[in-house]
Design a protein around this ligand. Structure first.
Ligand code: MLT
Length: 264
């Protein structure tokens, strides 16, 4: 499905009924990374997955944008779907967008699941890396970005043995327009620090991290769990950065048990 938000076309899926759970994907992927969650959870919940601006079937505007704009897109979509409150799941960049969303629209959040993400802003070195990657996207295209990103997203074991999964991740990355890849990299480089936000998060919060995640390691997850009041932390064994794709049953079970309590 598609709708107009903030001057762009935004693509999304809306499956099932019950408590809405809104899933925000990682960089540089799209909403199909949540297919396993949609399949497993839509018999119990209303599952909304979104192609964030710059990705999948949504527009990738050739102009600078911010993660706050992506959060605004989500809010407009919620209004369009007549959803007052939802549980939100954000993985990595999706989590960064949830911090921006929470800053502006905390009253729309019934619960937060922050997966394989971090509250800290980029370091100066991290920002330089973003600009180099944007140059690579410009010069060599999305397949070069797939070559760079896949070893950061998946564990060595998954890369060697789960060929369909690797192919799905590659297809998501290669489906991006360069403007979307560069737009995200600049938006992530510009995002503010969210560590000071953590102790102001008052909704129920679940943190999830893969034990092999090197992009946003368990120490980043622990920092969030320590500072968000009453947050719970789940470390998923044998998963790297894309824990929902590498260990879907465990991931789904954590999301379902968190959301079931809030649905009562
Ligand atoms: C992601 O998975 O969204 C990215 O690894 C986030 C980042 O590059 O900081």
């Amino acid at each position: 499905m598609k709708t107009q938000v903030n001057g762009i076309t935004l693509a999304y899926s809306d499956q099932g009924t019950g408590l809405p759970i809104v899933f925000l994907h990682a960089f540089p992927l799209n909403r199909t990374m949540w297919a396993g969650q949609e399949h497993a959870l839509s018999s119990q919940f209303r599952i909304i997955t979104i192609d964030l601006r710059g990705h999948g079937e949504s527009d990738a505007p050739l102009w600078r944008y911010t993660l706050e704009q992506s959060a605004d897109d989500v809010r407009v979509l919620l209004d369009h779907l007549s959803i007052r409150q939802a549980v939100f799941v954000g993985l990595s960049m999706g989590g960064y967008i949830l911090f921006a969303f929470y800053r502006k629209y905390a009253d729309r959040v019934k619960g937060l699941i922050l997966a394989d993400t971090r509250a800290q802003a980029d370091t100066a070195e991290g920002r330089d890396g973003r600009f180099q990657m944007a140059q690579t996207a410009h010069k060599a295209g999305p397949s070069a970005i797939a070559d760079l990103m896949i070893p950061k997203l998946l564990s060595p074991m998954s890369i060697q043995t789960k060929l369909d999964l690797v192919q799905h991740v590659r297809a998501m990355i290669q489906g991006n327009q360069i403007s979307g890849i560069a737009g995200d990299l600049m938006a992530m480089a510009d995002r503010p620090d969210s560590v000071t936000l953590l102790n102001q998060i008052t909704c129920p919060t679940q943190i999830i991290v893969g034990d092999l995640d090197q992009a946003t390691p368990p120490s980043d997850a622990k920092l969030m769990a320590d500072q968000i009041p009453n947050a719970r932390l789940a470390v998923i064994p044998q998963a790297a950065h894309l824990a929902n794709l590498e260990q879907p049953e465990t991931f789904n079970q954590i999301v379902a048990s968190f959301a079931s309590v809030l649905a009562k």
